[in-house]
Structures are given as structure tokens and as C-alpha cells.
Design a protein around this ligand. Structure first.
Ligand code: XLS
Ligand code: NI
Ligand code: NI
Length: 443
């Protein structure tokens, strides 16, 4: 990757964060992520497709519902909003390059401030996108996906595409049109729909099915517009059950599957799954990934984690190797990422106020995923886990089981089978043995 000369905002790293191996004590070095190391036939860089998100890493200020911003960033110093946006872009590309990641992603309103009216906002976005295009060319950093922020502005208080007012729907659609143009211009590999306010606060004022159908209309319009402009990137829905709404219509993988099938959108969207959203939905990330993968709609990952006790979307950096192993097992099982990647939709804590904390956070996440990848590949190469599962289901691949699954057996046939074979022989599920087997690779 070509090096990027500006080094104004992150003086703590002078070149690129280096791989120094597991014995290094340097907090600004990788201990496990060695981009060129080959694991299962591909380099770590090719497998993991690390992505830095714009909103948390460069726009988060440390404010929370109870407190003011804690972080003062050099790139926020200018008083002119467009100058500030360009300085932030400089800082972002300096960070991507120093960290050595190949991808980034953004919301339209992260990179460009809202103007005096819609046309003015579009003009500003255009100007910043042109600026980003130059930076991408200079550095070789690519856009994993773009998206539109359809949740921050007060106009979206009752939803964007799911708003009871068609005028708001129109505004949201027009904003998506321009966010798609921006993504297309920057060669985006994907485009994400996260329905922040596409849900309800109370059912007393809500027509749920009507709102779901409105959401589907917006997505169909997006599919049509994609063809119109020749954008070939992958569309994603990012499920989340709640927060800021009480209930979001894209609440989890299985709800999204139902929605996509109901509204004839299965061919057009995959899922971008986020760990903290999975846990908010009362699932594990492993469950969400598995359900999506087996339905053929696993696309990309927002790599973060929640707090076991806080219970909201704390968007923390992932450091748990059990989690990263589970994620990478599913990613390897789908044959690896094609359009997707591991996007750190994660923010440093409110007290982590220095720019160097942004490096520690990403380095930790990248190392945890590098180990997760190696462990997952070792589990696959070892084959014992798969052999146990294979054995467990072996009855379905021949004889009576095979005939049931191919639709050649009736209730009467089943009764006859029971009468001839008697009580089934119970077998252990071997959960503890398998948990120990996984630990063999992790410990
Ligand atoms: C919020 C979402 C958001 C999406 C992009 O919870 O994770 O950050 O990833 O709109
Ligand atoms: Ni996300
Ligand atoms: Ni989130």
C-alpha cells in the first residue's frame, strides 16, 4: 500500500503499525495480525478485510446520554464546517494508512455536514466525495460500503421510509439516491441499509404492516436505481432489534429473512451482521451468522461487542478470542468474504480520550481476529468437530432418513418403522467434550 505523507493528526505512529510477533511488548505493534501470513491458502489480509468506520473513529466525541463530549480532536478545530470535513478526511486517511487497513465505510452525514436545504446538502456531499476520491487514489484505500444517515435529523423522528408522512419517505429516498451516487463514485463494494428508526416507539399510533411495506418500497426503488446508474455493489440490511426504537422491523437475521422473502427482495440484499445487535436480540453472534449463512444471505460483519451488564449497544472493540473464533468459523464455512469484510463498528470508551487510544482499540481487534482466524482454520483442518456433527446426523443420508427427507415417507410409514424398530437408542450430545475440543485450540 502506498504510504500517505500527511502525518499531522496521529504523531504517535510515524510509519505503519508493524507486526512484531507474540513476544513483542510494544503496545503499538501487532502481536498476531501479520497481513502477509498465509492461513488456509489465503493471506490474513485477504481473509479479514479489516475496515475502519468513519462515524465512531473520527466523529465520536465521547458524549453519552448523561454527559458532554470528552474528546477534543485536532481535525475538529476549524470553524468552517466544510474545512472541518476535509480535515477529518485527511485525518481518516492518515489513520487508515498508518494502521494498514484497506477499507473504510461511512454515512453521508459523517463525511459531510448538512447544508441549508436538501440541494445545498447534496452539493456539500459532492464536494467532500470528490475530496475522498483523491485520497483513495493516493492511498489505495477502498470503500467497503457507504450508507445514508436516516436517523439523526429531527425530520426522521417517526422513521425514514417507515414514516407515516410520505413527504418524509420522499426525503429519505432522495437522500439514499445521493448516498448511493456517492458510494458508486467512490467505487464502493457495497451499500448498507441500517434501519435506525425503521420501527416503532408505540403500537398505539402505528400501522406496522403498512410501515413494513413502505420499507420494502424504498428497497425496491434502491434496486431499480442501482440498475439505472450501473452500481454493481452488494446491498446489505443490518439487523438490530431495538434502540433507538422500541422495535425495529429488521430485528434479527430470521426477521430479515421473513421480510426479504415476503417482499421479494431475497435476490437483492444480504445481511451485514453486528455482534452487539445479535446480543441485543437475545442471540449469540454465532447464531445470527449461522442462520444467515445457511440461508445464503451472509454478506458482511460489523465487528464489535457489547457489555455483558450494561445491556445497550455499547459498540466496544472485540477482544474475546472465543467470539472471533466463532465468527471466523462461520466466515470460513461460507468460503470467505466476497464483497464483505470485518468493519470495526466500534468506539473507544469515553475515558479513552487520546488519539493513540484509537490505535490500541483497532490493533486489539485486529489481533483478536487474526487469532480467531488461525484457530478456526486449525479446527477445520483438524476435522474432529465436523466428524462429530457428521456422525450425529448420519442417519439422514441413507435408508429411512434419506427417504423421509426426499418426501417418500408418510405418517403410516413412520408408524410402521416404529413398530418394527421399537424404542430409539438415545445418544450423548457430547457438549462438554466439544467445548473441551474447542479449548484445545484456544488455550
Ligand atoms: C447502529 C448501527 C450503525 C450501522 C450503520 O447501531 O450499527 O452504526 O452500522 O448505519
Ligand atoms: Ni453497525
Ligand atoms: Ni450498532
Amino acid at each position: 500500500m502506498p504510504s500517505y505523507k500527511a502525518m499531522a493528526y496521529f504523531p504517535e505512529v510515524s510509519g505503519t503499525v508493524a507486526y512484531e510477533g507474540p513476544t513483542s511488548k510494544n503496545p503499538l505493534a501487532f502481536k498476531h495480525y501479520d497481513p502477509n501470513k498465509v492461513v488456509g491458502g489465503k493471506t490474513m489480509r485477504e481473509h479479514l478485510r479489516f475496515t475502519v468506520c468513519y462515524w465512531h473513529t473520527f466523529k465520536a466525541t465521547g458524549s453519552d446520554p448523561f454527559g458532554l463530549p470528552t474528546m477534543v480532536r485536532g481535525w475538529d478545530a476549524a470553524s468552517d464546517p466544510i474545512e472541518r470535513a476535509k480535515n477529518t478526511m485527511d485525518a481518516a486517511f492518515e489513520f487508515f494508512t498508518k494502521l494498514g487497513v484497506e477499507y473504510w465505510c461511512f454515512h453521508d452525514r459523517d463525511i459531510a455536514p448538512e447544508g441549508t436545504d436538501f440541494a445545498d446538502s447534496c452539493k456539500i456531499l459532492q464536494e467532500v466525495v470528490d475530496y475522498a476520491e483523491v485520497k483513495q487514489k493516493e492511498t489505495g484505500v477502498k470503500l467497503l460500503w457507504g450508507t445514508a444517515n436516516l436517523f439523526s435529523h429531527p425530520r426522521y423522528q417517526a422513521g425514514a421510509s417507515t414514516n407515516p408522512d410520505p413527504n418524509v419517505f420522499a426525503y429519505a429516498a432522495a437522500q439514499v439516491k445521493h448516498a448511493m451516487d456517492a458510494t458508486h463514485k467512490l467505487g464502493g463494494i457495497g451499500y448498507t441499509f441500517w434501519g435506525g428508526r425503521e420501527g416503532y416507539d408505540t403500537l398505539w399510533n402505528t400501522r406496522m404492516q403498512h410501515e413494513r411495506a413502505q420499507f420494502a418500497r424504498l428497497l425496491h426503488m434502491a434496486v431499480n436505481y442501482k440498475k439505472e446508474i450501473g452500481f454493481t455493489g452488494q446491498f446489505y440490511i443490518e439487523p438490530k432489534p431495538m434502540e433507538p426504537t422500541k422495535h425495529q422491523y429488521d430485528s434479527d437475521t430470521e426477521a430479515c429473512l421473513n421480510f426479504l422473502r415476503e417482499f421479494d427482495l431475497m435476490d437483492h440484499l444480504k445481511l451485514n451482521l453486528e455482534t452487539n445487535h445479535a446480543t441485543l436480540a437475545g442471540h449469540t453472534m454465532q447464531h445470527e451468522l449461522r442462520a444467515a449463512r445457511e440461508a445464503g444471505i451472509l454478506g458482511s460483519v460489523d465487528a464489535n461487542t457489547g457489555d455483558e451488564l450494561i445491556g445497550w449497544d455499547t459498540d466496544q472493540f472485540p477482544t474475546n478470542v472465543y467470539l472471533t473464533t466463532q465468527i471466523m468459523l462461520e466466515i470460513l464455512a461460507m468460503g470467505g468474504f466476497t464483497t464483505g469484510g470485518l468493519n470495526f463498528d466500534a468506539k473507544v470508551r469515553r475515558q479513552s480520550i487520546d488519539t493513540e487510544d484509537l490505535f490500541y482499540a483497532h490493533i486489539g481487534g485486529m489481533d483478536a481476529f487474526a487469532r480467531g482466524l488461525e484457530i478456526a482454520q486449525a479446527i477445520i483442518d483438524d476435522g474432529r468437530l465436523e466428524a462429530v456433527v457428521e456422525e450425529r446426523y448420519s442417519g439422514w443420508s441413507h435408508g429411512f432418513g434419506e427417504k423421509v427427507m426426499s418426501g417418500h415417507r408418510t405418517f403410516a410409514d413412520c408408524e410402521d418403522h416404529v413398530l418394527r424398530h421399537g424404542e430409539p437408542v438415545r445418544k450423548s450430545g457430547r457438549q462438554e467434550r466439544l467445548e473441551n475440543l474447542i479449548n484445545e485450540f484456544i488455550l
